[in-house]
Design a protein around this ligand. Structure first.
Ligand code: MRU
Length: 344
């Protein structure tokens, strides 16, 4: 991704490995400051994932892959390292996919590098396929952050927008702020700004207003886990955006690489949903916003049924929910996705 760093345009990944350290963009400091988090062992990696230094399904997977390679290099107890990292966040399937991949490849650093390159390359393809859905002048709504920060590079939902912009199309993006952690307002808006893509931040509850007025003609979101039937988990609030899109006749697409598809789950009720600390809802700018005695609920994700999805944008092409059997066959015959040990 392009970032203006100390007055110069530079290219960055959100996660990489350097000098026996897993380097992460410290996403909690954005957009105010571009800072880096240096993970030196599996405890640091588990902390970074759990406390959302790094977040977004594919980026969590890549961080886990590098973290396990680091733990092995450090001579850590690998069973403990795996368990620590596995138990950080329950919803994003990429975490479990990456752990499996690393296990099958002896926790080697070159396997983690390969995993990272695959994820990034696959998201670039998502961008190319998704670009075919974007007409010049499109007004696109997105929720949360499914950009380069949430992957390694390119993004999932944001990849088609990057490619559209690079191919000379004019687009405009409505960015849901995404309460309670504001990934839209803080991260997506920052990424779009760095890429020079025109956008506005809207309150989460304003999406219906703009859709009904005819101001939005396409919605693209990312996913944390997609089931065999196409039901998918994504950031809390995605479900209501999907329902609103259908009600207003707006095409609603989900963009995700094969690593986010969990074909072992038949439907969305089987997806484990993370519930986070109530203070993420109750405390704003270090100040409690409700009465002292009020409690909060804070599910981090919701599940959108397949009937609201126009199509799934993947590295294999774009599929409707009734075509997911074809996608499953493609994923199953893809050597990387079968997480087979590397031969070279
Ligand atoms: O809680 P987060 O910030 O990890 O949630 C992220 C999302 O819901 C993203 O939309 C999803 O992981 C797709 S990222 C390419």
């Amino acid at each position: 991704m392009k970032i203006n760093f100390e007055g110069e345009e530079r290219k960055f990944k959100s996660v990489w490995f350097e000098n026996n350290t897993v380097m992460l963009i410290e996403q909690r400091s954005l957009p105010e400051k571009l800072e880096f988090f240096r993970a030196k062992n599996s405890d640091d990696i588990a902390y970074a994932i759990k406390h959302m230094v790094v977040r977004g399904a594919p980026a969590i997977g890549v961080t886990a892959a590098f973290g396990l390679a680091l733990a092995r290099k450090n001579g850590e107890n690998m069973e403990e390292a795996v368990e620590k990292i596995r138990s950080t966040r329950p919803t994003a399937f990429d975490l479990f996919k990456a752990i499996e991949f690393m296990k099958q490849n002896g926790f080697e650093l070159n396997a983690a590098e390969r995993y990272s390159q695959e994820v990034s390359g696959r998201c670039k393809k998502i961008g190319e396929y998704g670009n075919s859905l974007i007409a010049d002048g499109s007004k696109i709504l997105t929720h949360c952050n499914a950009g380069a920060l949430a992957v390694v590079d390119w993004g999932t939902a944001l990849a088609p927008m990057r490619v559209a912009k690079e191919s000379g199309k004019t687009i405009f993006v409505f960015v849901d702020e995404t309460r309670p952690r504001l990934q839209g307002a803080k991260l997506t808006a920052w990424e779009l700004g760095q890429e020079g893509i025109e956008h506005v931040i809207i309150a989460d509850n304003a999406a219906g207003y703009f859709m009904k007025k005819g101001d939005v003609n396409l919605a693209i979101v990312g996913a944390d886990r997609i089931c065999a039937n196409g039901d998918f988990a994504n950031k809390i609030g995605t479900y209501e955006k999907a329902v609103l899109a259908k009600e207003n006749g707006i095409p609603f697409y989900v963009a995700a690489p094969g690593t986010t598809f969990d074909f072992s789950l038949k439907s969305g009720e089987q997806i484990p949903i993370e519930e986070r600390d109530e203070d993420e809802v109750l405390v704003v700018n270090n100040k409690k916003i409700g009465p002292e005695t009020s409690r909060a609920r804070n599910p981090a994700f919701d599940v959108t049924p397949n009937k609201y999805v126009t199509g799934y944008i993947t590295e294999y092409g774009i599929f409707r929910s009734d075509q997911l059997g074809d996608l499953q066959r493609k994923v199953q015959s893809d050597l990387f996705m079968r997480t087979e040990p590397l031969t070279k």
